[in-house]
Design a protein around this ligand. Structure first.
Ligand code: 5AD
Ligand code: SF4
Length: 432
């Protein structure tokens, strides 16, 4: 039987979809197929911003016809949005044709829910997000030569705008031995890039093993792989961590360090627990130790009460911290969070205008930084072939995508690219 999974949101969710695929494959759905041909369609949703939710609602709604015409088709909705307070109810009311609703803490229950569905019209199973995370699910990986590895689940930070701690629950660290075993197996299978995942990797702890110690051990695992990690909360980004990055040539010198805002007053309202100055000190610490290090970030505009002046401080932070790229968002109120209760909402057109200006500013920085690559050699791990462009592509250690022509299939190989052109975050070149 065939399955199709639709994923919304971040890398964490993409990896979770690999786990859902692993579970489905063990339950008789052994082939991935396009949406129209699937026997089961699973929506792995995200609720971090309203537009991610709207997107999912739209796509689920669009299935009504297919569901009618394909007898036996099962539609399941899981992930953060299903877990969000009140949303399962809304899903039930809006989409009577949805067969299964499950949350973020009971993926492994999916085979049971599928069995129950044989006798019940609709199966809904959600657990309290405080229950603690599930571990040990065998993922069916689709990202070769890259592999994601969870090191923590959940988050304790309660940034005032963010719903993650409510839907993902408290932070739980995986056992270091389990992580090392998983990474060793992946390296032995020939994965060449491993990304350690957590909402805040820096607060990882298993007994004596904190994140720098874990990273040191993972980087020492035998194999030919690059190591990345995300996300680092700036408040916990430490000198010891930088020392470990510096020590191991296989750890990429690229840090995703979400700043969110350049204004101290907004950072404090966001409950980020660092100031602009402290953030910039961490950036300087990293760059002093590793001069070629690059930093990417997340930024939010239009947080309640944000003034034009405060927004301009975010713009100036982009230049001062010299970000190589950024994910940029308009603040989206999430029910149940502190910020959703705050007065002083910023009108949509003002927030959108700020976003446009911010994107232009970041793009300008990205362009300038990428141009420096022209004439240089980049070491690219080839990920795939882009049929439209007729080019192979893959990432270099600092996160830029390199495109090139090749006579032979080089997916999964490290290649050296003489860069001839740079456009945004993309590099174009020739094999050396
Ligand atoms: N509105 C806008 N952006 C948000 N993020 C998280 N919550 C919100 C929200 N309510 C952004 C943050 C975070 C990234 C994953 O998503 O920038 O770092
Ligand atoms: Fe959300 Fe803050 Fe946790 Fe990131 S660190 S998941 S922004 S609460």
């Amino acid at each position: 039987m065939k399955y199709h999974i639709v994923t919304y949101g971040c890398q964490m969710n993409l990896h979770e979809s690999e786990k859902i695929a692993g579970i489905l494959r063990a339950s008789g759905y052994d082939e991935e197929a396009p949406l129209e041909e699937a026997d089961i369609i699973v929506f792995n949703t995200c609720c971090i911003r309203e537009n991610a939710e709207n997107h999912a609602f739209g796509n689920i709604g669009a299935l009504k016809k297919l569901k009618k015409s394909r007898r036996g088709l099962i539609v399941a909705v899981g992930g953060c949005m299903a877990q969000e307070a009140g949303k399962a109810q809304l899903l039930k009311e809006k989409f009577p044709f949805v067969d299964i609703i499950f949350g973020t803490h009971n993926l492994s229950e999916l085979p049971d829910l599928l069995a129950r569905k044989k006798n019940e019209r609709r199966v809904v199973s959600l657990y309290d997000a405080r229950r603690g995370a599930e571990d040990g699910i065998q993922a069916y990986r689709t990202g070769y030569p890259n592999a994601w590895v969870n090191i923590t689940y959940g988050c304790n930070n309660f940034c005032s705008y963010c719903i993650v701690p409510y839907v993902r629950g408290r932070e739980v660290s995986r056992r270091a031995d389990d992580i090392l075993r998983e990474v060793s197996a992946l390296a032995a299978q020939g994965y060449h890039e491993i990304t350690l995942l957590g909402q805040n990797v820096n607060s990882y702890r298993d007994g004596e093993v904190d994140f720098p110690a874990l990273l040191d051990r993972v980087a020492s695992v035998e194999g030919n792989f690059r190591l990345r990690f995300m996300t680092s909360h700036p408040k916990d980004f430490s000198e010891r961590l930088v020392e470990v990055v510096q020590k191991h040539p296989n750890i990429c010198n690229l840090v995703h360090l979400p700043a969110q805002s350049g204004s101290d007053r907004i950072l404090s309202l966001m409950n980020r627990r660092y100031t602009r100055e402290q953030y910039l000190q961490k950036v300087a610490m990293l760059r002093t130790a590793i001069p070629d290090a690059e930093i990417t970030t997340d930024l939010i505009v239009g947080f309640p009460t944000e003034t034009e002046e405060e927004f301009l401080q975010t713009l100036s932070l982009v230049r001062e911290a010299d970000f190589s790229s950024a994910f940029m968002f308009v603040y989206s109120p999430r029910t149940g969070t502190k910020a959703a209760e705050m007065q002083g909402r910023i009108p949509e057109e003002v927030a959108k205008d700020r976003l446009t200006r911010l994107i232009a500013c970041v793009n300008e920085n990205t362009r300038k930084k990428s141009e420096r690559y022209v004439g240089r050699t980049a070491e690219v791990l080839c990920e795939d072939y882009d049929a439209k462009k007729g080019l192979y592509f893959g990432r270099e250690p600092l996160g830029r995508m390199g495109y090139f022509r090749s006579e032979t299939n080089c997916v999964g190989q490290f290649v050296r690219l003489k860069v001839t052109d740079a456009r945004g975050i993309s590099l174009y070149g020739e094999l050396e």
